[in-house]
Design a protein around this ligand. Structure first.
Ligand SMILES: NC(=O)c1ccc[n+]([C@@H]2O[C@H](COP(=O)([O-])OP(=O)(O)OC[C@H]3O[C@@H](n4cnc5c(N)ncnc54)[C@H](O)[C@@H]3O)[C@@H](O)[C@H]2O)c1
Length: 251
């Protein structure tokens, strides 16, 4: 086992990060490479994805993927394994945050969020879980949200998809444990990303700083420590847990 802080913490691991083309996913992807792992950025923004993969270097690839479509997942794991090696990690990070009160939210927007935030995690755990079984084990990290546990108006549908991530993660942790596959959740609080800005019509950073006991919103890089820990062998006895990275928002 490698020591905490070592840049070899993910040496020999190949990790898929969905939506790794900006925000929290990009930070996690870069953090994986810094920790010595190989990383496949799977998402829908080819221009950003290819640029980031090139910046990371030989340990990274960008592969196009719509996480909500089962057909996309069919080929992605074999492709990653051909290009980078046996898949041992998955970060289900891709997410869509559309806010709106019960009376105003359209069913179409609700279904779009379910497709990405909930079905995306389902497809990812199924596809990568099968590969990890064949590869002798692995670690799945699902990105939830403080919204799954903290009441806030205007996000009923989004909160529902993130609560679903918790339920699916716990059940998957139980189901996959005999195959040495661990499943854990990270719940971000307010992070300064496009999702926060767009879902709050520009008020999210001020609102988040006011609501957060530590008095500010987080930078995307502040999630990396928790993600690398959960993907590494340092957390080899940790499964079915939820880690809040939220500046005390949900304490
Ligand atoms: N920013 C926050 O304050 C915050 C808080 C709690 C939870 N989260 C969660 O963190 C995760 C990352 O969010 P972020 O803040 O970095 O947002 P972001 O909007 O910056 O990034 C989201 C990423 O998901 C990708 N994506 C969206 N739909 C996709 C699809 N169908 N297939 C593949 N990729 C898709 C986007 O292209 C983008 O790369 C999300 O799951 C989000 O719900 C964010």
């Amino acid at each position: 086992m490698t020591a905490p802080g070592s840049s070899d913490r993910l040496r020999g691991k190949t990790v898929i990060v969905t939506g790794g083309t900006r925000g929290i996913g990009e930070a996690i992807a870069r953090g994986i490479a810094t920790a010595g792992g190989q990383v496949a950025l799977c998402g829908r923004d080819a221009k950003a994805g290819e640029r980031i993969a090139e910046e990371i270097g030989a340990a990274s690839r960008y592969l196009p993927l719509d996480v909500g479509a089962a057909s996309g997942w069919d080929g992605i794991v074999p492709l990653v394994e051909r290009q980078l090696g046996p898949v041992t990690g998955l970060v289900n990070n891709a997410g869509l945050g559309i806010s709106g009160n019960l009376s105003r939210m359209t069913d179409d927007d609700v279904m779009r969020m379910i497709a990405v935030n909930q079905l995306g995690v389902w497809h990812g755990m199924r596809a990568a879980g099968a590969a990890m079984r064949a590869n002798g084990g692995g670690s799945i990290v699902n990105i939830g949200s403080a919204a799954a546990t903290r009441a806030h108006p205007g996000i009923v549908a989004y909160a529902g998809t993130k609560a679903a991530v918790v339920g699916m993660s716990l059940a998957a942790a139980a189901e996959l444990a005999p195959h040495r596959i661990r499943v854990n959740v990270i719940h971000p609080g307010y992070f300064g990303t496009r999702l926060l800005d767009e879902s709050s019509r520009g008020h999210g950073r001020t609102m988040g700083a006011t609501a957060t006991p530590l008095g500010r919103v987080a930078e995307p890089e502040e999630i990396v420590g928790a993600a690398v820990f959960l993907l590494s062998d340092e957390s080899g006895f940790v499964t079915g847990t939820q880690i809040a990275v939220d500046g005390g928002l949900t304490m």
